[in-house]
Design a protein around this ligand. Structure first.
Ligand SMILES: [Zn+2]
Length: 151
């Protein structure tokens, strides 16, 4: 996603970071998206979040399909199915344990970022035949593709 970073750092000590995710979604970023999309994606602003050694698990069986992008594959989008409710535990900037319960778009960003730490990009999980350039984002989905939204 345009507004988030995924980074992997190598550590050798027991307490050194193995991975760090950094994410935020601001009112300004969100303001560039169409209103219906913001609503459908359950996208709400949240402050800069830094999680060291994040561990993610789903909190429900709800999922949703939406287009997703990534700076590592700039200029493209594809539909990815993601959990709608996740819990991420890890350590904060201050070294203290933290737990983040997220849903909607924030849950998607967390899954996207945690995937980066495993070397997984959204293109590894995308719904086949939905990959396209940003310029072609609004073209109809290919026949047989699942509809966007929660399922
Ligand atoms: Zn990414």
């Amino acid at each position: 996603m345009k507004y988030v970073l995924g980074n992997k750092t190598e550590g050798d000590g027991k307490h050194s970071p193995k991975g760090i995710i950094v994410l935020e979604d601001t009112t300004e970023y969100i303001s560039y998206a169409p209103k219906e999309e913001i609503k459908a994606q359950d996208r709400r602003p949240f402050d800069l979040l830094v999680i060291i050694n994040p561990k993610l698990k789903k909190r429900s069986n709800r999922s949703a399909l939406f287009f997703e992008g990534c700076l590592s594959v700039d200029g493209f989008r594809a539909v990815v199915e993601r959990h709608l409710d996740v819990e991420v535990t890890g350590f904060g900037r201050d070294g203290q344990p933290i737990k983040v319960d997220a849903s909607g778009w924030q849950a998607r960003i967390l899954q996207h970022e945690c995937d980066h730490l495993d070397g997984t990009l959204y293109v590894d999980k995308m719904v086949p035949r939905t990959f396209r350039t940003v310029q072609n984002l609004d073209l109809p989905l290919a026949e047989g593709c699942p509809k966007l939204g929660a399922r």
